[in-house]
Write a protein that binds this ligand. Sequence first.
Ligand code: NDP
Length: 296
Amino acid sequence: MSQATIIDGKAFAANLRADIGRRVAVLKQRHGLTPGLSVVLVGEDPASQVYVRNKGKATLEAGMKSDTYTLSPDASHEEVMAKVEELNNDASVHGILVQLPLPDQVDSDAILNAIDPDKDVDGFHTLNVGRLTSGQDAMAPCTPVGCMIMLKEVVGDLTGKQAIVVGRSNIVGKPMAALLLKEHCTVTIAHSRTRDLAGECRRADIVIAAVGRPRMIGGDWIKPGATVIDVGINRIDDASTKSGTRLVGDVNFDEAVETAGAITPVPGGVGPMTIACLLKNTLTAACRQAGVAEPE
Ligand code: NDP
């Protein structure tokens, strides 16, 4: 069996980011409009700090305005809420992202639902979740949107394809399933209580892995020729690297690459597309708020 095509998420993301940068320039020139993204970080979690830094850098590189507000780890619920309300009322801010997870004293659901739905570039507000699941035009979460862009490019028409989403979180699994359904796939959503997960996966033309368990999905779970999108990011020990660790996905890549038709690597697959799609959502949000057409 020949090896799978490796889906180059870095290249997809570079193209999308360049395209967004070009469209932001058109927006500035035509309408004097600079899309703005504000990120709220509560606490000092090192992984969150890296994510937030990368998001800010990408936003500036696309020609957008970027602000990051860092609140102390013991910030109260009210303080975080006040920051969200301030940003809701700031006309130069078109996108608001509150970095998750939030500390225990902060009610995450209440904070996410306090974000103006039109500025909700993460797509986590209940209104956007409802719009997405009812098939309306919605601000959809960045990671699943990035997966869909790559899938459509690699597979083409998704109509009638058997797709399995392993994982049912609100940020990846559920919105991913809704987007696949919108493209007329026959969708199975699997989770920790699913019986015969391997058998369910073997029936699928498209496997989306969003579990958070290193290399759980083996090569013999993959139907020959299937397309595999690995969302998982897991750090494992590896004495052969300088840091002593490395990142792997939820799929056993070395095995699956022998069976799949196409597969995303980790790192370099879904991750880079998530940030690119955040910029995409910010551009869309800015155009909608300003009442102008999105540049082609
Ligand atoms: P969650 O922990 O919120 O959800 C994990 C899901 O996997 C749950 O639905 C859980 O089932 C299911 N699950 C856990 N164990 C098993 C098992 N043994 N068999 C079947 N299903 C199982 O994770 P997220 O959705 O937030 O993230 C998933 C992965 O994706 C993580 O590795 C995360 O780091 C990564 N990620 C990557 C992003 C990117 O940009 N590339 C962005 C976001 C996440 P149950 O509901 O029954 O508990």
